[in-house]
Design a binder for this molecule. Structure first.
Ligand code: GLU
Length: 491
């Protein structure tokens, strides 16, 4: 059964490694489209030119396909409503911004960043949430002309009603009501003529005939702006479905600084894509205990749009591991198991490259597992003692180095040998030390041992998410040990 009127979309911004939360929203849309016989569209939202990177776009495609998803329209597959990359649609948006402006629903704003900061500070000092005060709403036509003649380039903001509230029906939350005084006069077009996310998003959803917008709960507060923009343009708004935020086991927001959140990390650990899809899919259906193991077809079959719970999705890694174990045992034949394990070990050439790195460091092959095994492990089992033999670097120094290197590695654009070495060199400069001083503790944190493969190459093979996680663990271990020492000294 196909329903041409049902069109849903994934609208990722390619600004980082695809996140488990992206997979969760993507799977919901995929199951929705499949269940209803609708169409799934992938649109790349890259209006933020400074943060969007083409290589992340490719990782988005690869990660979603790895999990078994596909889409009928998108930048890589084409379709009737393209282009599907917002950076290629630049010429489309300005006419709609003009329409809003001409109808008196928008206004030109000349406030400088300093003025905006002052405005926000003032509001904060009054105990109010910071937002645009409406200063430029009061400019006369002559004043606007004078500013423009003087070469000042305005941004365009949307007007917001001064009274009442925005009411809408949400597929998960039901009746939602947000007072207009909680909604900011959003910039819809930047000074460089580019639309902001909000403007581009609604224009594209309309032009691409999206019927249902299913996205993360964090967008609920933006929805009144979107609904208003649809009204200003005389368009019908799609239906909204806001998915409860995925949270960590401690109920806090998922954050890569606390726990690994990238899909590539779980792929690297050797989770089966089917098990990840199964795990995420269980948030969207009602099952009884014992019924958890499900293939994509069953997930589609059992998916019920109305049955999403508001309780929220908990990213419980133990449950994911448990499901993965069941998949390995119950769903794979011995042949499949072997071929999948081999494919995993060879992913990104890890096995071959790892062996080559070991060539000059071993006497016999028997040493390989000890030397290169860390490339394939999740946790390398480091303890405070692992750092004990690092000459001239006491534990507090090791900790300082590890904590300084983590953010430096996060800022790397393209993860390769040169960029890693560069980032470490800069971190060393900041710490007023030499690169050679930095590497021994990193070596231990990353490999779990002081005898191992060349550090930078190993980091490339492990991937950023795995390296980050090992540094997080090393930092925790060292912190705990130093705290324990301080407690003993105080007794
Ligand atoms: N580009 C937005 C994001 O990456 C999409 C939000 C939406 O689905 O409207 O979160």
């Amino acid at each position: 059964m196909t329903d041409k009127n049902i069109r849903v979309r994934l609208a990722p911004s390619p600004t980082g490694e695809p996140h488990i939360g992206t997979a969760y929203v993507a799977l919901y849309n995929y199951l929705f489209a499949k269940k209803k016989g609708g169409t799934l569209i992938l649109r790349i939202e890259d209006t933020d030119a400074t943060r969007s990177k083409p290589e992340y776009e490719q990782t988005v495609f690869d990660s979603l396909r790895w999990m078994g998803l596909d889409w009928s329209e998108g930048p890589d597959v084409g379709g009737d409503y393209g282009p599907y990359r917002q950076s290629e649609r630049k010429g489309i948006y300005a006419q709609y911004v003009d329409q809003i402006l001409e109808a008196g629903h928008g206004f030109k704003c000349f406030c400088s960043p300093d003025e905006l900061n002052e405005m926000r500070e003032f509001q904060r000092s009054q105990g109010k949430p910071p937002r645009y005060s409406g200063r430029c709403l009061r400019l006369s036509a002559e004043e606007i002309k004078a500013r423009e003649d003087a070469g000042d380039v305005p941004v365009i903001r949307m007007k917001i009603p001064t009274e009442g509230s925005c009411k809408f029906q949400d597929g998960v939350y039901g009746d939602v009501e947000i007072p207009w005084d909680a909604v900011d006069m959003q910039v819809i077009q930047k000074a460089d003529g580019m639309p902001t996310y909000h403007m581009a998003n609604i224009v594209d959803d309309h032009l691409m005939k999206i019927s249902h917008v299913a996205r993360g709960e964090e967008w609920v507060s933006s929805t009144p702006k979107h609904i208003l923009l649809y009204q200003y343009l005389g368009w019908e708004a799609p239906e909204f479905i806001h998915l409860p935020l995925m949270r960590g086991a401690d109920k806090s927001k998922l954050s890569k600084r606390k726990n690994p959140t990238s899909m590539s990390y779980y792929a690297g650990l050797g989770h089966l894509p089917e098990a990840l899809a199964n795990f995420l899919g269980l948030f969207f259906i009602q099952i009884s205990e014992g019924d958890e193991l499900m293939e994509m077809d069953e997930l589609i079959e059992r998916f019920e749009v109305e049955k999403m719970s508001k309780a929220g999705a908990i990213f419980d890694v133990q449950k994911l591991d448990w499901l993965n174990a069941r998949w390995l045992r119950e769903k794979l034949s011995p042949e499949e198991f072997l071929s999948r394990a081999l494919t995993w070990a060879q992913e990104n050439d890890k096995l071959k490259q790892g062996l080559l790195l070991a060539q000059s460091r071993i006497q016999t092959f028997a040493e390989l597992p000890d030397l290169a095994g860390f490339l394939f492990k999740g946790d390398v089992g480091i303890t405070a003692e692992s750092f004990a033999n690092i000459k001239k670097n006491p534990p507090e120094k090791c900790l300082e180095i590890i904590d300084a290197v983590r953010p430096a590695l996060d800022e790397i654009d393209e993860w390769n040998r040169e960029s890693i070495e560069d980032a470490l060199r800069q971190a060393a400069e900041k710490l007023e030390t030499k690169l050679g001083k930095l590497t021994p503790p990193l070596f231990v944190a990353v490999s779990g041992s002081s005898r191992s493969l060349p550090l930078f190459d190993a980091m490339v093979l492990l991937g950023r998410a795995m390296v980050r996680q090992r540094l997080v663990i090393a930092s925790k271990v060292l912190h705990a040990s130093l705290d324990a020492q301080a407690d003993t000294a105080a007794e």
